[in-house]
Design a protein around this ligand. Structure first.
Ligand code: B1M
Length: 228
């Protein structure tokens, strides 16, 4: 691209900038996505709106082309990198808690066999914003990791994330193990991820199903009795 063709992000109006950010996310251009987030915030945009309208919507488009075989894993990894860079700027804002004292402890992790972590990270940020102390176990967690974390951190809620239809049944394996050990009756378990729904959460005996990050933070407060 020649210098003349270069798009100056700050010269774009809001709508064009958001469209350009979705294109940049699609192209895995992390610095440009970061700059776009910065500009929208400077223009007074709410962090949640930047997240939903530019980043999450951009990733939805990536997901469609990934499904249709237009984008492949290496490209989607670049998109994920760009999304994470943008999220990095939003993190301190979203995680800013209005609550002085801790709402509770929340252990969260993506289940065994699954390496998707963008949604989980977002949920973690929103939980921090709701005053939770979040212990993030990362990705690809076997049941032992959850048990160890419960033992070590004594959380108020356990959260599991899965993005694949092949990994979501593993949440049921973890819940069964918690039940066998008598932990489930004391520890609420929240599950979430794109392929899940309330029926699935009920079927595996999860305490609650988080549809998206904002709703999950509200639900978590209810689970620990702090949403009155
Ligand atoms: Co993957 N992938 N992927 N992928 N990937 C999906 C999930 C897929 C739907 C794409 C598609 O076909 N359209 C498809 C799954 C199909 C299925 O299972 N039926 C898929 C596939 C097939 C795969 C591979 C198998 C591809 C391959 O290798 N051939 C492979 C699997 C790797 C593995 O995990 N073992 C794979 C790999 C990857 C990448 C590594 C390239 C990358 C992940 C990078 C990363 O996460 N660091 C990736 C990505 C980015 C996606 C898509 C495009 C985007 C996911 C995402 O970040 N969404 C995805 C398509 C899609 O979902 N549209 C896709 C944005 C995020 C904000 O939303 O994660 O849904 P989400 O989180 C939401 C809610 O779900 C909820 O709140 C979040 C915020 O609102 N939520 C919770 C999530 N967890 C929660 C927990 C809670 C509560 C709420 O409580 C604890």
């Amino acid at each position: 691209m020649s210098d003349e063709d270069e798009i100056i992000l700050k010269d774009l109006n809001d709508a064009d900038l958001v469209d350009q950010m979705k294109d940049d996310l699609y192209d895995g251009l992390a610095d440009e996505v970061f700059e776009g987030v910065e500009i929208l915030l400077e223009r007074g945009w709410d962090a949640n709106l930047v997240l939903s309208d530019a980043l999450v919507e951009g990733m939805r488009i990536v997901g469609v082309d990934f499904r249709d075989g237009i984008l492949f894993v290496p490209e989607v990894l670049q998109c994920a990198g760009a999304m994470k860079k943008g999220m990095g700027l939003l993190r301190p804002i979203l995680a800013q808690s209005s609550t002085k004292s801790s709402t509770g402890k929340f252990v969260i992790g993506t289940v065994k066999g699954d390496i998707h972590d963008i949604g989980k990270n977002l949920v973690g940020m929103m939980l921090e914003g709701a005053g939770f102390e979040v212990i993030d176990l990362g990705i690809n967690n076997p049941v032992e990791n959850y048990l160890e974390a419960i033992d070590k951190h004594r959380p108020n809620v356990l959260g599991m994330s899965a993005l694949l239809t092949t990994t979501m049944p593993y949440m049921g394996v973890v819940i069964e193990e918690l039940d066998k050990r008598g932990i489930l009756k004391e520890l609420p378990v929240m599950v979430g991820g794109a392929p899940l729904n309330q029926e699935f959460a009920d079927a595996i005996n999860a305490t609650s199903y988080g549809r998206d990050a904002a709703m999950s933070a509200e639900l978590a407060k209810t689970l620990v009795g702090k949403n009155m």
